[in-house]
Write a protein that binds this ligand. Structure first.
Ligand SMILES: *[C@@H]1O[C@H](CO)[C@@H](O)[C@H](O)[C@H]1NC(C)=O
Ligand SMILES: *[C@@H]1O[C@H](CO)[C@@H](O)[C@H](O)[C@H]1NC(C)=O
Length: 210
């Protein structure tokens, strides 16, 4: 176990290189671990923001809209997951990870101008972006083992930039809130599906709690 943990840390340090020589089992082990920490970082980001701004009136008067990745089909129930091919689920998650590149860039550039945001918040936002990149590479390697063709389709666009950069403070804050809310949801989604896929592809569906 200790060995595995230190391997994981090593892998995170050389973050840009999940190597092609790893076994699929090791790759799954790493992407599951990585997606887990990514989700926790995103949840911390969300909670810090939530704690600081939840009591202001705007939050109670506005409704969250759909997250920008809503057009990417993902199975909603365990049964639907079982009916979805591994390749299709991996493609959907890779699609999600690409669709977050643009909004994460702006989320990170917005943190320093938020009132009351801590340094930790910026560190976490950067850590999420770096981990999603590595995660994307890892998922692409797993996918490449069963599918050689590279998709050239576009990724869902994010249209929240104008609101995020709005000079109206409520609009700006709510756009930020929506973004961290979606980030938490989507990173959770990726973690959940990766655990299910590992269970299916490595443990032949014989695992606990999944
Ligand atoms: C939010 O406001 C309510 C009522 O004013 C107060 O009871 C509560 O402690 C506040 N919560 C936070 C997290 O500040
Ligand atoms: C990503 O998802 C969108 C929405 O479903 C789809 O139109 C697009 O083709 C997908 N892109 C890739 C690379 O799979």
């Amino acid at each position: 176990m200790l060995l595995l943990v230190s391997n994981l840390l090593l892998w995170e340090q050389v973050a840009s290189k999940p190597t092609v020589s790893l076994s699929t089992e090791d790759l799954y082990y790493r992407v599951v671990g990585l997606s887990h920490t990514t989700y926790f970082l995103a949840a911390d980001l969300y909670h810090e923001f939530d704690m600081k701004y939840i009591n202001t009136s705007w939050i109670k008067n506005r409704r969250l809209s759909l997250c920008h990745i809503a057009s990417i089909y993902t199975p909603q129930s365990r049964e639907e997951v079982h009916e979805t091919k591994t390749e299709d689920l991996l493609k959907a998650m890779i699609n999600i990870s690409h669709a977050w590149e643009e909004p994460l860039k702006y989320l990170i550039s917005t943190v320093p101008i938020l009132k009351e945001a801590s340094d930790k918040m910026l560190k976490r936002a950067n850590a999420v972006r770096n981990r999603i990149r590595v995660l994307q590479e890892g998922m692409k390697i797993i996918l490449s083992r069963s599918q050689k063709k590279v998709e050239k389709d576009p990724y869902p666009a994010w249209s929240g930039l104008a609101d995020l950069q709005s000079s109206d403070e409520d609009t700006h804050l709510f756009a930020f809130y929506s973004l961290v809310h979606c980030l938490k949801r989507d990173t959770h989604k990726i973690n959940t599906y990766l655990k299910m896929l590992r269970c299916r592809d490595i443990f032949k569906n014989k695992c606990f709690n999944e």
